[in-house]
Design a binder for this molecule. Structure first.
Ligand code: MN
Length: 240
């Protein structure tokens, strides 16, 4: 009973959609009891203040420890209902949304997406980042966009124009680099594109430091980009 009650409170506080909450049945609760969680919050590999002054420590702490943690928690609640899904990676879940049980599709899009997006976001940033791109991505950006400055301008414009919450991405799609935006926590892999790098333009990513000045955050973000990691992701996109 205690566990069930905990699960109940957990579901109530998870902030998931009405569709998900409405579909929770007694039998699925029973399945979730004592099932170990498969998805974990990856630790930040640098200090909360490591990206200052571009991204402040308080934003990093809330963003990682509260926002990302909540996506992981909610994803686990959904997947724990269907133990056969627990062998899947978050990428596999997001590439096959239509094959998932209907009652968890939206939860996985939002929270699986939130987990995958943020896991990338922490990695493609870092202390001593920024500057011009290096390696193969530098050449690929130049080929596709003409110059790094043109790419940066187009990326920032796309992020500025995105209405509401979402992400701006550099993806590889059908053999080409493209700038795209997604709403909410949607990840481009659900549309068959490979996300090479992406910036979070939810207000929680910048509001403490930049308030309504999203363009200032978008500009500053380039100072913390970890081009080594972006190059690794670009390499993976070529094989995907
Ligand atoms: Mn975020």
């Amino acid at each position: 009973m205690i566990t069930n009650r905990r699960n109940f409170i957990y579901l109530l506080t998870a902030g998931t959609t009405a569709a998900f909450f409405g579909s929770v049945t007694k039998s699925s609760w029973a399945t979730s009891v004592n099932t170990p969680d498969v998805f974990k919050l990856p630790p930040l590999t640098y200090d909360y203040n490591a990206l200052e002054p571009h991204i402040d420590a308080a934003t990093m702490k809330f963003h990682h420890d509260k926002h990302h943690a909540a996506y992981v928690k909610n994803l686990n609640v959904a997947v724990n209902k269907y133990p056969q899904l627990k062998t899947k990676t978050v990428e596999e879940l997001l590439k096959n949304i239509d094959k998932l049980p209907k009652d968890i599709q939206t939860v996985v899009i939002n929270n699986g997406g939130g987990h995958l997006n943020h896991s990338m976001y922490w990695q493609i940033m870092g202390p001593k980042g920024g500057g011009a791109p290096t390696g193969e991505i530098a050449t690929a950006i130049k080929t596709q966009f003409g110059s790094f400055d043109t790419f940066k301008t187009q990326f920032n414009e796309a992020g500025t124009k995105l209405f509401g919450s979402g992400w701006v991405w550099l993806v590889r799609s059908k053999g080409q680099l493209k700038i795209v935006t997604t709403k909410n926590q949607d990840n481009p892999i659900s549309q068959g594109s490979y996300p090479i790098m992406g910036n979070d333009v939810w207000e929680h990513a910048y509001y403490l430091n930049y308030q309504n000045r999203r363009p200032d955050y978008l500009s500053a973000w380039w100072n913390v980009i970890n081009w080594t990691e972006v190059n690794q992701r670009f390499g993976k996109s070529l094989k995907a």
